[in-house]
Write a protein that binds this ligand. Structure first.
Ligand SMILES: *[C@@H]1O[C@H](CO)[C@@H](O)[C@H](O)[C@H]1NC(C)=O
Ligand SMILES: *[C@@H]1O[C@H](CO)[C@@H](O)[C@H](O)[C@H]1NC(C)=O
Ligand SMILES: *[C@@H]1O[C@H](CO)[C@@H](O)[C@H](O)[C@H]1NC(C)=O
Length: 499
């Protein structure tokens, strides 16, 4: 185990308003500040032997029990913390109307949200139902190999593909979703399986899935809800058989659960699922999960924490967490009304990356493909630009750990990461803005006589520096434009600091 490097720890979400995934409902659950569960520092996959964990008599292997006091002791497989960056992909029948808050289109329309009602009235005949969109989910230009290459070019190390969103349509041929899956209606294709194959065949990224536990208008779900969760037909006959099938068939290494918030985990049987996943599933050694497993569990239980969409606490967290965010503001699925200004710029992404990774998080960047299977060039361009940045600066990101300080104490918009090798710690200062002046003050860094400072990707001399009463002063040389290593966020590598 690493020494504790963190000035622990104000969980800024303790009394935050929690904004649920893709929902505009604001609930104000107070999140418990009690912390149980894996630290993001875990070095090994073999589980710690928690108080509530059973050790098998002959093999010595730990078996998890379907309770949080046991499940939460499972260390997070370490590939996940090292990866730092993933790609989220929202695709489904909602990509057909591709209108505004797309993945919630059905619900917005049914509940009478004016824009949505008006859009349907103007553009579709009377009697048109949501199910009638499915044949138009054609995916004729879907090329999973091309997608895999685009995702890989971003420098991301895992993907999280929507297997089923709240609409209930499955992007794989599920037998529990007769005529509401991608083989029976629409693409006539195993969208998910084909992407899993391409990712594994062409890249070294991990393949993961998003899965919504609930479905807006599934009659079995509505019946259980009307029975105040005292019946479980939906869970037993639909959502859980499908989730097990998904894991057995495609062996995803991320299960990004969602749609949990109306019912408790006892209704969902999600603790039973996780115990199976960790003990007996084909991905038990490497799978990671998030924290959306039932009402009240978010930001508390499960694998890593997502807390709320776009979670970016700005202070280091004791547990591993993820910031899931959109490349085009305002929607997860493709939104035909998105204008240029909704798309994040490279500098927006490098800012979010630096803030997130410095505080121990991963960044999960979302793209929304079109109904016919294209990833628009603006998404592709952003991902490739991000990947170019990662090629220059990746040593400050992949496998890094939060440092003693997350951001500088004097100069704003400077975020730190660190890498340890033996007894040496290298510190990276990510400058979100190029300094206006030729002397940069770093308050968090104390140099030693052996300290060196260089700019990643720059082939000129090391930078000169001087110790000061408040830390150190770094001399920023005049660098010719064509020698600058990147277009946004520049990384100084600091060696042999005394603290
Ligand atoms: C995997 O890649 C190899 C080499 O590029 C190719 O020959 C093969 O057809 C691919 N397999 C699938 C299932 O796409
Ligand atoms: C529903 O169940 C919960 C927990 O069992 C209980 O507290 C609540 O009063 C019930 N509500 C209704 C309307 O039956
Ligand atoms: C460092 O980050 C914290 C949290 O985001 C912020 O409150 C603080 O002002 C930042 N410090 C500086 C010097 O910008």
């Amino acid at each position: 185990m690493k020494s504790l490097f963190i000035p622990l720890l104000i969980c800024s979400v303790t009394s935050d308003t929690i904004r649920r995934y893709e929902s505009e409902d604001i609930s104000t659950d107070k999140q418990s500040s009690k912390r149980i569960g894996p630290q993001f520092e875990s070095e090994e996959i073999s589980p710690r032997r928690g108080y509530n964990t059973i050790v098998e008599p002959f093999t010595g292997k730990v078996r998890y029990e379907p309770k949080w006091s046991s499940l939460d002791t499972r260390p997070l497989p370490k590939w996940y913390d090292e990866a730092k960056v993933g790609i989220f992909i929202h695709w489904g029948v909602f990509s057909v109307p591709s209108f505004e808050f797309t993945a919630w289109f059905w619900e917005k329309w049914v509940t009478g949200t004016p824009d949505y009602v008006e859009f349907m009235r103007k553009n579709y005949p009377p009697g048109f139902t949501y199910a009638d969109f499915a044949p138009q989910f054609t995916a004729e230009f879907y090329d999973p190999n091309q997608w895999a290459d685009i995702f890989e070019s971003s420098g991301a190390k895992y993907i999280v593909f929507v297997s089923k969103h709240h609409e209930g349509y499955t992007n794989w041929p599920s037998k529990n979703s007769f005529n509401w899956n991608s083989m029976d209606v629409g693409p006539k294709r195993d969208l998910l399986g084909d992407l899993a194959t391409a990712i594994r065949n062409r890249t070294d990224m991990r393949f993961g899935v998003y899965h919504s536990l609930f479905e807006f208008y599934n009659p079995l779900y509505l019946e259980d809800k009307a029975n105040n969760w005292s019946t479980t037909r939906f869970v037993v006959e639909k959502t859980m058989p499908e989730l097990y099938d998904l894991v057995k068939t495609y062996k995803p290494e991320v299960i990004w659960s969602d749609g949990d918030w109306e019912a408790p985990d006892t209704y969902w049987k999600s603790k039973e699922f996780l115990a199976w996943l960790y003990n007996d599933s084909p991905v038990k050694e490497s799978v990671v999960t998030n924290d959306r497993w039932g009402k009240g569990d978010v930001c508390k239980h499960g694998g890593y924490l997502t807390c709320h969409d776009g979670f970016n606490p700005g202070v280091v967290q004791q547990r591993k967490w993820e910031n899931c965010m959109v490349l085009s503001r305002g929607s997860w699925g493709f939104n035909r009304k998105a204008t240029l200004d909704t798309y994040l710029k490279l500098s927006d992404l490098t800012t979010l990356l630096a803030e997130t990774v410095s505080c121990g998080g991963n960044l999960l960047m979302n793209v929304g493909p079109t109904h016919d299977g294209r990833i628009l060039p603006i998404f592709e361009e952003r991902l490739r630009q991000f990947g170019d940045w990662m090629k220059v600066n990746g040593e400050a990101i992949y496998g890094s750990k939060p440092w003693t300080h997350q951001n500088d104490t004097i100069t704003p918009a400077v975020w730190y990461t660190s890498q340890k090798s033996g007894s040496e710690t290298t510190v990276y200062a990510i400058l979100l803005k190029w300094p206006d002046v030729d002397v940069l003050h770093l308050g968090a860094a104390t140099p030693s006589p052996h300290t060196t400072i260089s700019l990643l990707g720059y082939h000129g001399n090391n930078f000169k520096w001087a110790k000061s009463s408040t830390g150190m002063q770094v001399q920023i040389p005049a660098i010719p434009f064509n020698k600058m290593p990147c277009d946004a966020a520049w990384v100084l590598k600091l060696t042999a600091l005394s603290s």
